[in-house]
Design a protein around this ligand. Structure first.
Ligand code: ADP
Ligand code: MG
Length: 392
């Protein structure tokens, strides 16, 4: 049996597929086609709500939006991955509509709320085609939002577009996410990871070109689990730990170095102590990773990836059998490092691995998943790719 892959589409393939869908659905051609990528976070997980740092790259997998404006107040949305949705501009607002249309129509609402779209905006027809796996923790939602946001307000400042897309996700789709996904989709650049500081909302580019190594993404395709409470629970623990330690956010302690680590040790409650230890140590690991990338030390980056995984698995307790299998199996096969990426409990993992070890790594992940009765994973080899852009 051959391995299951999720392949990127080239810009030309994406544009053609989006134009085809648009023509089929709307009996005319689009005015243009825009695209935005998914992302993987190299390191810096579950620290955004503690004012931490993260380091995503844009994926070669993108979502394309073929778009034409209307003048009658209608919004018509099509996607190869979802049911048709037709509505009116006034149908869109906080918490509505439900379902996938929230992520697309919500962009129009958020752009208007944030003053990036004029009041005389008259509606739009959109056809989406995506190469980003949906719900795999690779940020198909932000890819969808950002492709449309750039189409509707191509001249706007990209950081402002990202903020509007975060509002879409938080206030219309009612998904509690930080700003990493949208920042990566709009602001990451080819050959670089994006260092994002949640405390200041500042971003900078860090070279990411692991020459001679492959970054393998493993989409575990783990079944959806009822873990809705887990994100809120972890967030509450991180906030309570900060409160007990008398700081506004754990970032303040992370910035103190070993004094911050000592302060965390003073927490009496074992669970709170472990949650806080993850946050403080993860922020330190992002800083080390940035230094390792600047000096091209991928051995060190690999060690940091695995340390991050152990911290997420043991201290923060957000991993699962599928993610642990992806990490352990790639390490057994010779990866320099590997970790779960994204919120956890499923989704995807990454491994930094010599190219001649990739086949063995994939086979090891697959056979051990099979032995354990886990879903067959899917794979992609990725590089730090371009951000949102106009295709035609
Ligand atoms: P992720 O962003 O990690 O893929 P999310 O749960 O944040 O997972 O977002 C997935 C949701 O985004 C889907 O359930 C759907 O509502 C919407 N979505 C993303 N991409 C598409 C698409 N191409 N077509 C339709 N809906 C999409
Ligand atoms: Mg998402």
């Amino acid at each position: 049996m051959t391995a299951r892959w999720f392949r990127p589409m080239s810009d030309a393939e994406l544009a053609e597929a989006a134009v085809d869908l648009f023509r089929r659905e709307f009996d005319r051609g689009p005015d243009g086609v825009w695209a935005a990528p998914g992302r993987v976070n190299l390191i810096g997980e579950h620290v955004d709500y503690a004012g931490g740092l993260c380091l995503p790259i844009a994926l070669p997998h993108s979502t394309a939006a073929a778009v034409s404006p209307r003048s009658d107040g209608l919004i018509r949305l099509r996607s190869t991955d979802a049911d048709r949705w037709d509505g009116r501009l006034e149908d869109v607002g906080p918490g509505r509509p439900a379902g996938w249309a929230a992520y697309a129509a919500g962009v129009i609402w958020a752009l208007r709320e944030n003053g990036l779209l004029t009041d005389d905006f008259g509606g739009v027809d959109v056809a989406f085609v995506s190469a980003v796996p949906i719900g795999a923790g690779l940020s198909s939602s932000a890819a969808l939002e950002c492709s449309l946001a750039l189409a509707l307000a191509p001249e706007a400042d990209r950081a402002k577009l990202a903020a509007a897309c975060v509002r879409t996700e938080n206030e219309v789709a009612l998904a509690p996410t930080g700003g990493m996904d949208q920042a990566a989709a709009l602001l990451a650049t080819e050959g670089h990871a994006l260092l994002l500081d949640s405390a200041s909302s500042s971003v900078s580019q860090v070279p990411f070109d692991p020459e001679g190594l492959t970054l393998l993404v493993v989409d575990t395709r783990a079944p959806h689990r009822l873990v809705d409470g887990a994100y809120g629970d972890r967030r509450a623990a991180v906030e309570l730990a900060a409160q007990r330690l008398g700081v506004g956010s754990l970032r303040e302690l992370a910035d103190l170095g070993s004094d911050g680590t000592d302060a965390v040790r003073s927490l009496q409650d074992d669970v709170l102590r472990r949650r806080a230890r993850h946050v403080i140590s993860e922020i330190a690991r992002v800083r080390h990773a940035v230094r390792a990338l600047h000096s091209g030390d991928f051995g060190e980056l690999g060690r940091l990836l695995y340390a991050s995984h152990l911290s997420l698995s043991c201290d923060f307790e957000v991993s699962c059998a599928e993610l642990d299998n992806a990490v352990e199996s790639t390490l057994i096969a010779g990866a320099l490092g590997a970790r779960m990426t994204g919120g956890g409990f499923g989704g995807s993992a990454i491994a930094l691995i010599p190219p001649e070890r990739v086949d063995e790594a994939i086979e090891t992940v697959r056979s051990r998943a099979d032995e354990r009765g886990l879903t067959e994973p899917a794979f992609a080899m990725v590089t730090a790719s371009p951000p949102a852009r106009r295709l035609i």
